[in-house]
Design a protein around this ligand. Structure first.
Ligand code: 5GP
Ligand code: MN
Length: 339
């Protein structure tokens, strides 16, 4: 993978560009992609954003979101666009299997592939150009850096600013996580100077849920959460029946894992959700426990040091047993927390 700066001289030649990101995109995946989309369109590129799967309704306010193709729902159209692509930007994921059914077709495309990502251990051999930096708060910050470094800061209009702000704000936990560097605050200050109204973005992202989502949170916090004080760990295991009963949609579970993490002394918080086709897990940690390694070792996943996820084919009870065995195996690290 050659450094991404090598594409800067080529940026001004209009091309067919596809931008994609990980399945079930969060605000960083969608925001970084649409920020890049609005930037590249201004230079004259023909740009299409393709999502491997559907996405949460709380992202639909983003400028350009309605033009994004859902690969699962619009496979033929998306494949047609992909075969014409000259450049493929892969944002906010590290391995092709994070794009689900698109993984194989992306790997086999002969176009120029460019990675922009902040996850650990990327599959660098698959990409022609790119930047992988695990110290970055978000992919949105990396897209911002790329636009500035390429000398095109003047192209950061309100559309670009809104999309990039959504990504950096959510991936830093509203500027709370340690990844929130001075550069992140400088970026936000710059976006504000370019016309961003940040309070509206918070409202769009956080104040648009249905009552049923909170009833669902109530149900799982009351009845599905187990706290293992001996291991400074909390787990919420959610059967599919809860998802059906409360009409839980894509994105409704976002943020749920932060509730057990905010219990005093908890060092590892996990949710395991029976989505029917697979058991999807989310892990969050504090005080030096590495969930990227944990997710890789036991749950076919990965991510970052303090936020990772995984997936298992086994039934929910077995994945829960696996989790309990895994925390026992990691007892030394998990129990060392100082109250
Ligand atoms: P979340 O728990 O919010 O779904 O994901 C947390 C972090 O872990 C995100 O950065 C996400 O990209 C990554 N992640 C989530 N699930 C998986 C997975 O199955 N495999 C890998 N490699 N990373 C994941
Ligand atoms: Mn991200």
């Amino acid at each position: 993978m050659k450094p991404v700066i090598e594409i800067f001289p080529l940026l001004l030649q209009p091309k067919n560009v596809v931008i994609t990101f990980h399945q079930k995109p969060d605000a960083d995946a969608m925001g970084s992609a649409l920020g890049l989309y609005h930037f590249l369109k201004q230079i004259g590129h023909t740009v299409t954003v393709i999502s491997p799967t559907n996405w949460s309704g709380f992202l639909s306010w983003m400028p350009g979101c309605k033009k994004v193709l859902d690969y699962e729902m619009q496979t033929a159209k998306a494949n047609e666009v992909l075969t014409k692509a000259e450049w493929l930007f892969c944002l906010d994921f590290n391995t092709m299997d994070r794009t689900r059914k698109m993984g194989e077709i992306l790997t086999n495309l002969s176009c120029t592939k460019i990675l922009i990502d902040h996850h650990q251990q990327p599959q660098v051999e698959v990409f022609d150009y790119g930047i992988s930096d695990v110290t970055k708060s978000s992919t949105a910050e990396m897209v911002y850096d790329l636009i500035i470094a390429s000398g095109n800061g003047d192209k950061i209009n309100v559309n670009v600013a809104e999309c990039l702000y959504a990504g950096v704000m959510t991936d830093t936990g509203s500027f709370r996580f340690t990844s929130t560097t001075a550069s992140v605050h400088r970026m936000v200050a710059d976006l504000k100077e370019r016309g961003l109204v940040h309070s509206q973005i918070h409202e769009n992202l956080f104040d648009n849920f249905l009552e049923s989502r909170f009833r669902f949170f109530g149900q799982v916090l009351l009845n599905r959460m187990e706290v293992f004080y001996e291991y400074n760990t909390a787990l919420i295991a959610i059967p599919q029946t809860d998802l059906i009963k409360f009409n839980v949609k894509t994105g409704d579970t976002e943020g749920l894992v932060n509730f057990p993490l905010s219990i005093h002394g908890i060092k590892l918080a996990a949710i395991i959700i029976d989505r029917g086709d697979e058991r999807k897990s989310s892990f969050r940690s504090k005080n030096g426990f590495d969930v990227n390694t944990f997710a890789r070792k036991y749950f076919n996943g990965g991510g970052h040091f303090n936020a990772a996820g995984g997936k298992n084919a086994e039934p929910l009870v077995e994945v829960v047993q696996k989790f309990k065995a895994a925390i026992k195996e990691n007892k030394e690290q998990l129990s060392s927390y100082q109250f």
